[in-house]
Ligand binder design. Structure first.
Ligand code: ZN
Length: 541
């Protein structure tokens, strides 16, 4: 990698975890690393063969990371019927009908993702789809990706009838007579997808990864945590990496199955060894994913006290505390990073307890375990992240009082617990490492609106709105730190996250400085270029 010198704007060398920012007026990359900063870097611009990038008053920041996302699902979603763009139930149904007309030969219609607020209680009826799909089996995932809506032909293909029992960790929503309505929750949805819906071809999946990582590169994102892969997905990533079709760095997380995790320790260790051996600079598989619970909208998030609208229901944890601890001990002992999906306050508590035990009982080592989402924390639990050295991965776009929060979340948990949600400021002030992510395609892939929401606690589309839980706002410097140094720790990459001399040359060139502009305008910042290890992956020179 040759010499590239950046001048003519602001260079953010480092956004420290506490929000302290170090800037310069120039930086130079050489051999894939930061070679010099400041006057020394500027002086290199006159060297023979140097490429000089005039930042044109813009800002170069360390490469942005996405600490929790589903790139394959996101890429496949973009290739299917355009359900996501619909603004109401009729729009979803029309998009499915249009998809069927475009691909009359398709044996199945597989699409995502619909807005679950379009039907009361998030309950969708198979008959609504039948009208436009006829006999073609059809499955749509909801935007939480924990729920699916199927038509009558799909129910028949899966053999789901009034007699079919609910699976252990899922629900088949039923009509009054016991027959399936068409909405499948949690394991009922996942099992159906795994067992009944035909798998996408290898080329479709590689193309999905390529499209997803290109889109990431175009927004300045240089590292992504794929938060759920199954062993069969590894081949897809290997094929993408070997064909030069990975346009960001990606780390894979294997999903631990509550029923089979004991056999998985050796299987996942073997898959990790294969990827380490390949030594590809953009692909790693160092992480184990646990779904500790589900989501609040479906009453499947695990709460310490019952749901406000269901006095006997504390949710549907996927793991008992003892089994989770045993699995955490085993995977931690095998040297994996643990990444635990936790939404409800009970799920966050058992996740932290399991990580505390693994850290205390296994030999000391550098651990970068993650609790992801951290949607609800009971009083006192915010401080535990720092005490235990656990990274809190938040999806800051969710930290606003939007329709989901107002219509599906607060009615389920009640106003008493409204203020227990997305305690980003509290966790950060407790001294913990915070990293940010998108959970795309659950919500937008784009870090810019999410960054703005972390700072304002409202939508950037309503610049005059009140901040929701304003004491949990953070500064723009702290938000950039979560997307850079916080992500680097999550990635276990000591040579990334800043643009100090010697660090990997991962960077994004922005048209404006997100640290100084009105935060409501951050989503409008253009990304003019992206570099990974000194190689330009977006924008032309
Ligand atoms: Zn996720």
């Amino acid at each position: 990698m040759g010499l590239t010198v950046f001048t003519g704007g602001t260079v953010v060398i480092e956004a420290g975890r506490e929000g302290a920012v170090i800037t310069s007026h120039a930086v130079a990359f050489e051999g894939g690393r930061v070679a010099a900063v400041g006057a020394e870097a500027a002086a290199l611009a006159s060297r023979d063969g140097a490429e000089v990038v005039d930042l044109a008053g813009g800002t170069l920041v360390p490469g942005i990371g996405d600490g929790h996302a589903h790139p394959v699902l996101g890429g496949l979603e973009a290739a299917g019927p355009r359900v996501r763009e619909a603004s109401d139930l009729d729009g979803v149904i029309a998009a499915v009908g249009a998809g069927r007309r475009e691909h009359p030969e398709a044996a199945w219609i597989v699409g995502a993702s619909y807005d679950a607020t379009f039907a009361p209680g998030g309950l969708f009826d198979a008959h609504w789809l039948d009208a436009v799909t006829g006999d073609t089996p059809t499955i749509l995932r909801a935007w939480d990706y924990h729920t699916a809506w199927v038509n009558s032909a799909a129910l028949a293909a899966g053999g789901i009838t009034a007699e079919t029992p609910d699976p252990a960790l899922g629900r088949i929503v039923r009509r009054a007579d016991g027959s399936p309505l068409g909405t499948l929750q949690e394991a009922a949805a996942n099992d159906f997808i795994a067992e009944t819906v035909p798998r996408f071809s290898l080329e479709d999946r590689v193309a999905a990864i390529e499209a997803a990582t290109r889109a990431y590169a175009a927004q300045g994102t240089t590292w992504v945590q794929d938060a759920w892969v199954d062993p069969a997905d590894v081949d897809t990533y290997l094929a993408a990496a070997e064909a030069g079709r990975l346009h960001t760095r990606v780390n894979l997380a294997f999903r631990a199955d509550p029923a089979h995790w004991r056999e998985q320790v050796a299987e996942f260790s073997r898959l990790r060894a294969g990827i380490r051996e390949l030594g590809h600079s953009r692909l790693s598989a160092e992480t184990i994913k646990f779904f500790v619970d589900g989501v609040i909208e479906s009453h499947t998030a695990a709460l310490t006290e019952p749901y406000a609208d269901r006095p006997d229901d504390r949710g549907l944890p996927n793991w008992g505390a003892d089994e989770l601890t045993a699995a955490a001990l085993a995977f931690d002992a095998a040297g994996f990073q643990l990444h635990l999906h936790a939404i409800g306050d009970a799920a966050n508590r058992i996740a932290l307890d399991a990580l505390a035990t693994a850290t205390a009982q296994n030999p000391p080592r550098e651990r970068n375990h993650v609790v992801a989402h951290v949607a609800m924390l009971a009083p006192g639990d915010a401080e535990r992240f720092a005490e235990l050295g656990v990274i809190a991965n938040f999806e800051p776009y969710w930290a606003q009082c939007d329709a989901v929060m107002r219509d599906l979340t607060i009615p389920h948990i009640g106003h008493d617990r409204e203020g227990w949600q997305y305690l980003i400021g509290s966790v950060l002030r407790g001294g913990a490492t915070v990293s940010f992510g998108s959970d795309w395609p659950v919500t937008t892939q784009d870090w810019r609106p999410a960054f703005a929401t972390a700072v304002t606690r409202h939508s950037h589309l309503e610049p005059g709105a009140d901040a929701w839980l304003p004491e949990e706002r953070i500064t723009a410097g702290e938000a950039l730190a979560a997307y850079t140094v916080g992500i680097a720790r999550q990635a276990g990459a000591q040579d990334r996250g800043t643009l100090a001399v010697g660090m990997a040359a991962d960077a994004a060139w922005l048209s404006a400085d997100p640290l100084t502009v009105d935060p409501n305008t951050i989503p409008g910042i253009d990304v003019r270029g992206t570099w990974i290890g000194g190689e330009r992956v977006h924008g032309t020179s």
